[in-house]
Design a protein around this ligand. Structure first.
Ligand code: TYD
Ligand code: MG
Length: 443
């Protein structure tokens, strides 16, 4: 026999509680708990073995490449793994104002077919203003000013389009779901409807999602598992550069990054991204070193700065910006134990210039070099690039893509290299460093 019981569910985060309270214990929202009737069934349902699921023989499935449409913006295509796959659901997330609406408008403009741009955030006037600023072809991009997802989807059934854009997922709602707009339940329900639409019509959908600095509770993080592709749009605060990074891709790798520069007419692709984070011709000061990291499949040159000063009080300080602090502490311990460099009463501050963050192990040797250079107050020439991983025994280990790193830096005008054993080229001045002590002797 079934009976009903009362529960209280939060309208914002859907957390359930047996008792009413003024504040949701899960998300902290005030006055969000609403009474709901819940039917409970005392009898356990009987197992029903009468309708079997279909068993598929995988040998009969024919494999074909995913049909992709190139966006003709090479940095976007690179991140998406070669273009937009038909019927895929792509989530672009990033902080407000980073340029999500701009990049998707540029993508829509580059496609051959028509795009429907549904926005609950901006008026037709604002969207047109942006499209004109981006010199878009207005005949290809149609606008829907609607937030009801059911209405948006049904209007698409009557129009032939190549791409649907929803800007943003936080502003759409499904009228058959009770929760408030912007709540997790609404966002999930709308995403599920869009997924069904994309798969049944083969029309790709790009969803825009805002991430706030405090990682808002109803944010796009909650729907990352539901979509095919998740790309993050990031920036470092100091510059106009934007980095597009795939965080999940059911149709390609997640290694690649795309780099753009914001101009008055939208985003431009960066022609020579390897030099993005450094000033190539500037003389190095003591403590500054150039290295080369790999982001995705591409090499980027970075500059590392270390400041080593005598500890004036208590324990020596270690600070790192853009580099893992634990890794810095390990490298300091290795330097102290395995070389003549004693850092036990020295403060060490490390920074990757330009706000870049990296966990590339190939930076180890350059970090050690920057520390030694600052401690000895000796300059390392600005034409030198230092690459290599440092082991706990003080040995210098080979890193992935050493050849690509050296050749790229050499093409960009760097002439001297300190690297682990592994790549030789008679035309390039490469000094092989076997152990951390060899590095100390070079500086
Ligand atoms: P927008 O795409 O609206 O950001 P989001 O959708 O992520 O919130 O644009 C962000 C900023 O970019 C906005 O402050 C204005 C600036 N911008 C330019 O500098 N140049 C341009 O051509 C455009 C379209 C925008
Ligand atoms: Mg926007």
């Amino acid at each position: 026999m079934s009976k009903t019981s009362t529960i209280f569910a939060c309208a914002k985060c859907s957390a359930q509680s047996p008792k009413w309270s003024g504040r949701c214990f899960e998300c902290g929202g005030w006055g969000t708990l609403k009474e709901e009737l819940k039917a409970t069934n005392d009898k356990k349902p009987k197992n029903d073995f009468s309708t079997p699921a279909e068993i598929i023989d995988l040998n009969t499935i024919k494999l074909s490449d995913f049909p992709r449409t190139k966006t003709n913006i090479s940095e976007v295509d690179r991140v998406l793994g070669g273009g937009i796959v038909a019927g895929s659901l792509i989530l672009i997330s990033g902080e407000p104002g980073i340029g999500k609406s701009t990049i998707i408008a540029q993508i829509a403009n580059k496609l051959q077919g028509n795009t429907i741009y549904a926005s609950g955030e901006e008026s037709a006037h604002q969207v047109k203003d942006r499209l004109i600023r981006l010199s878009s072809d207005l005949s290809k991009i149609k606008f829907i000013s609607e937030t009801n997802i059911n209405k948006i989807i049904s209007s698409l059934k009557q129009n032939k389009v190549e791409l649907l854009i929803i800007d943003s997922v936080q502003t759409v709602y499904a009228d058959d779901i009770e929760n408030e707009i912007g709540t997790i339940n609404q966002i999930k329900a709308c995403t599920a409807k869009l997924m069904e639409f994309a798969k049944s019509t083969n029309i790709p959908v790009i969803l825009v999602g805002h991430v706030t600095k405090d990682g808002a509770i109803a944010g796009p993080k909650n729907l990352e598992h539901m979509v095919d592709v998740v790309v993050y749009f990031e920036s470092d605060d100091a510059s106009d550069y934007r980095i597009l990074r795939a965080n999940k891709n059911r149709f390609g790798s997640t290694n690649e990054v795309g780099i753009f520069e914001m101009a008055s007419t939208g985003f431009n692709e960066i022609k020579n991204p390897s030099l993005l984070f450094i000033n190539k011709n500037q003389e190095n000061l003591p403590g500054s070193v150039k290295s080369c990291i790999i982001e995705g499949t591409r090499p980027f040159l970075v500059e590392i700065q270390a400041l080593v000063t005598k500890t004036s009080f208590g324990y020596p300080q270690r600070k790192a910006s853009g580099f893992d602090l634990n890794r810095l502490q390990v490298l300091i311990a290795v330097l102290t134990k395995r070389s003549r460099i004693d850092l036990s009463n020295q403060d060490v501050i490390l920074n990757i210039v330009g706000g870049h963050k990296s966990i590339d192990q190939g930076l180890d040797l350059a970090v050690c070099a920057a520390i030694i250079s600052s401690l000895k107050n000796k300059r390392i020439s600005h034409e030198t690039v230092i690459i290599g991983e440092v082991g706990l025994a003080g040995e210098v280990r080979l890193v992935s893509k050493l050849k690509e790193r050296v050749l790229e830096a050499n093409n960009l005008g760097f002439s001297r290299f300190l690297t682990p054993i592994g790549f030789k080229n008679t035309n390039i001045d490469i000094t092989e460093i076997k152990a951390i002590n060899d590095l100390v002797n070079c500086i």
